[in-house]
Write a protein that binds this ligand. Structure first.
Ligand code: UDX
Length: 440
C-alpha cells in the first residue's frame, strides 16, 4: 500500500484518485480551493460522472480516500504525488501552464523525503524538464524525487470504466526505482494483464497528444465524408460500418455528428498544432481537422435554417441535448453552444432541454428557456434539433413529438432517429450524411 496524493480535484484528479484508492492505496485529494474540499468532505461531488459518487463513498468509508486543502498534509508523507490540475487553452492555442507551475512550486516547498512526482495533466511536450526545474528551485532541503509522465485517456461519461479497465497505462520516466513504485500503484491492472508501457517522459507526453489529436482527426475526416455522402447520395451509416470492419481502421470514432467538443479534443488539437508551428513542423492534418470541426458546427446551423425556410426570426426551436456528449453535464465547446448562439443572434427563440446539463448551459446562456423534459421543450415549436445522443432521445415517439410541435420539422445531428419512421410520420427532416431531406 502506498500513500498517494492528487493535486487538483477536477475531473481527472477526482476520477483517478478515487480509482487508485479503490486499488487499496491511501489517497489524499488536495485542492487549493477550501470551498471545494469542504464540499467534497460533505459528500458533494462537483461533476456528473456515472458511478463516481458511489465509489467515493465506498473508499472514504473504507478509510482510504481523503480530501484536504492543507499542502503540508498532502505532500509530506506522500510516496507518489500526481499533478492533475487543468491546462486550459492559452494564447495562440498553447496549453496554459500556470496551474501546473504553481502545483510544482507547492510540491517543492513541502517535499521532505524521496517522492515520485507524476504528471497526469496534459502538458506540452517537453514540460517534464520545466516541472523538474521548478520543483528543484522551490525545494527547501535535499529531498530527492523522480519525475514521471503518466497521461490519462479518460472519456467523460465512462471515465471510471476507462480508469479501471484501460487499454494501456503509459509510464514515462528514467529510473527503475520510480518505475517499480508506479508498477505497485497500478498493481491490480497489471494482475489483470493490462499492458503497462514504460518509456521516456517526452515519448509519454507525445503519446498523449498524438492519440487525442488522431481521434479528433478521425472524427473530422468522417464528418467530411458524411458531407460528401450528402452531395452524392451515399449513406454514411453504411459507409462507416463497412469501413470499421477493416481491423486497421476499427469501428470506433467513425460517427459523424455536429463536430467534436469537450474539454480535451478542441484544446489538445490546438496545443498540438501550436507545438508543430513552434518547432517548424506544421501538423497540417490537425490544422485541417480543427478547421473542419468549426465548419461542421456552423453547417448544422445552416441545416436547421434551411429546414425552417431560411429565417430564424420569431421561430421557436427546441434544442434537445446541451452537453458535448451523453452521460456528462459538461458543455465545454459543445456544438450546441454554436447552435444556440446563432439562432439567438438571428432573432430565434429557444426552448432547451438536457437530462443533466441545463444548469451548466445556464451559465453561458442565462436568458433562454430551459425545460424539464423533451416533451416540454418541443411543445409549440417550429422545429427541433437533437444535439446530443442521450439514450432517452433515441426512444422518442415520433407521433407524440409531432402532436406537440407546430410543425413536424427535425434535425438529427447524431443520426439516432430511424429515417423510415421519420418519413412515415411526415417529418421534414435532415441529419448528417444520409442525403435524406424529405419534403412534407
Ligand atoms: C477524449 C478522449 O477520448 C480521451 O481519451 C481523453 O483522455 C480525453 O478526451 P472525451 O472528451 O471525454 O474524451 O470524449 P470523447 O468520447 O472522446 O468524445 C469527444 C467528442 O467527440 C464529443 O463531442 C463526441 O460527441 C465526439 N465524437 C466522438 C464524435 O463526434 N464522433 C465519434 O465517433 C466519437
Amino acid at each position: 500500500m502506498k500513500n498517494v496524493t492528487f493535486i487538483g480535484t477536477g475531473y481527472v484528479g477526482l476520477v483517478s484518485g478515487t480509482g487508485i484508492s479503490d486499488f487499496g492505496h491511501k489517497v489524499t485529494c488536495y485542492d487549493i480551493s477550501e470551498k471545494k474540499i469542504s464540499s467534497l468532505k460533505k459528500g458533494n461531488i462537483p461533476i456528473y460522472e456515472p458511478g463516481l459518487e458511489e465509489l467515493i463513498k465506498k473508499n472514504t468509508a473504507a478509510g482510504r480516500l481523503f480530501f484536504s486543502s492543507d499542502p503540508e498534509i498532502a505532500i509530506k508523507d506522500a510516496d507518489v504525488i500526481f499533478i492533475a490540475v487543468g491546462t486550459p487553452m492559452g494564447e495562440d492555442g498553447k496549453a496554459d501552464f500556470k496551474y501546473v507551475e504553481s502545483a510544482a512550486k507547492t510540491i517543492g516547498e513541502y517535499l521532505d523525503s524521496y517522492t515520485v512526482i507524476c504528471t497526469k495533466s496534459t502538458v506540452p511536450i517537453g514540460s517534464g524538464k520545466k516541472i523538474i526545474n521548478i520543483i528543484n528551485k522551490s525545494k527547501k532541503n535535499d529531498a530527492t524525487f523522480d519525475y514521471i509522465s503518466n497521461p490519462e485517456f479518460l472519456r467523460e461519461g465512462s471515465a471510471l470504466n476507462d480508469f479501471l479497465w484501460p487499454d494501456r497505462v503509459v509510464i514515462g520516466g528514467s529510473s527503475k526505482k520510480s518505475f517499480d513504485i508506479m508498477k505497485e500503484i497500478y498493481g491490480p491492472l497489471f494482475k489483470n494483464k493490462k499492458p503497462i508501457v514504460y518509456t521516456t517522459v517526452t515519448t509519454a507526453e507525445m503519446i498523449k497528444y498524438a492519440s487525442n489529436a488522431f481521434l479528433a482527426l478521425k472524427i473530422s475526416y468522417m464528418n467530411e465524408v458524411a458531407n460528401l455522402c450528402e452531395s452524392l447520395g451515399a449513406d454514411i451509416k453504411q459507409v462507416a460500418k463497412v469501413m470499421g470492419q477493416d481491423g486497421r481502421i476499427s469501428s470506433k470514432f467513425l460517427h459523424p455528428g455536429p463536430g467534436y467538443g469537450g474539454s480535451c479534443f478542441p484544446k489538445d488539437t490546438e496545443a498540438f498544432a501550436s507545438l508543430g508551428r513552434k518547432h517548424g513542423n506544421k501538423i497540417r492534418t490537425i490544422e485541417a481537422a480543427i478547421k473542419t470541426n468549426s465548419e461542421q458546427k456552423l453547417r448544422m446551423v445552416k441545416k436547421i435554417k434551411n429546414l425552417i425556410g431560411g429565417d430564424f426570426e420569431n421561430k421557436t426551436i427546441a434544442i434537445l441535448g446541451l452537453s458535448f456528449k451523453p452521460n456528462t453535464d459538461d458543455v465545454r465547446e459543445s456544438a450546441s453552444i454554436e447552435m444556440i448562439k446563432n439562432i439567438k443572434e438571428k432573432g430565434g427563440l429557444i426552448k432547451a432541454f438536457d437530462p443533466v446539463a441545463n444548469d451548466s448551459m445556464k451559465i453561458i446562456f442565462p436568458d433562454i428557456s430551459y425545460k424539464n423534459s423533451w416533451e416540454e421543450a418541443c411543445k409549440d415549436t417550429d422545429a427541433a434539433v437533437i444535439m446530443t445522443e442521450w439514450n432517452e432521445f433515441r426512444g422518442i415517439s415520433l407521433s407524440h413529438l409531432k402532436s406537440l410541435m407546430k410543425r413536424p420539422v427535425l434535425l438529427d445531428t447524431r443520426n439516432i432517429l430511424d429515417v423510415e419512421k421519420l418519413k412515415k410520420n411526415n417529418f421534414l427532416f435532415d441529419n448528417v450524411g444520409h442525403n435524406l431531406l424529405y419534403e412534407n
